[in-house]
Design a protein around this ligand. Sequence first.
Ligand code: PSU
Ligand code: MN
Length: 305
Amino acid sequence: MSEPIRVADFVSEAVAAHRPVVALESTIFTHGLTRPRNIDVALDVEQRLRDSGVVPATIGVIDGVPTVGLSEQQIRMLGAEDFPVVKLGIRDLPVAAAKGVHGGTTVSATALLAYRAGISVFATGGLGGVHRGATSTFDESADLVALASLPIVVVSGGVKSILDVPATLERLETLGVIVVGYRTTRFPGFYVRDSGCVVDDVDSAGQAAAVARARDGLGLRSAVLVANPVAAEDQIDPELHDRVLAEAEDAAAGAGMRGKALTPFLLEHMHRATEGRTLDTNVAVYRGNVTVAAEIAHALVVRQR
Ligand code: PSU
Ligand code: MN
């Protein structure tokens, strides 16, 4: 069998030299964003990181091999129209390796691979969580349990508003995941700035880095979730949001959507139903998170040099 994890030289060199590195997931562009914009977004956020002095490490699975630091060509391949690519959480990685498939890694798988490669900051759009109706379906994203035992910093726009947000926060508490709002005590809801839930806040990237260092000092192994709200001008009108989400949920129930197909189905339905408005917001959320992740990555390496 081939190597268990392939880390590109530009990533391992940056990690070894204590240069700032930010990990990026691939499910967001293989299963979250609609084509062809997905590839533009994936490459644009990498460039934004480079422009701010950070090495981007996009993570995905190529021919079954978990790869940290995808090349532009590999990103274009995974994100191409009609290219066979599977959505992979942590537990899917061994099956993907045995079968040699190509995959987009979710937050859970990306966090694992980033941590293994020595990367401590990761930016995504919106974390997975407890789905509405989970009391009967048991549908809770593997992202939550993964973050309980991977000591990295994840910057996300809160959790996706398609979820049961209060239940997700309860589970994060149980799992010991450290949750802070970025310059806000209002926990963001991905497409909207305010989910209605309250969390602790940090006032700067430096303070987020200090939280991560304090965690390490205590020997805790959980992630720090930095919840960064989308800019006010980019959020979806909450009324429109609730209406299209209700439609998307009806459509998902009608189509019998379950398991890992559910989140991509709901996002895609909302992107279409709003003629791309939620897609624009999704991209804005992601860009904002990448900017904050870059600042935290800088703040974290300062003391190590
Ligand atoms: N953020 C986005 N779009 C996405 C995702 C995050 O803006 O598509 C992905 C992440 O990969 C996350 C996954 O881990 O959605 C959650 O899927 P599920 O609910 O099936 O665990
Ligand atoms: Mn699920």
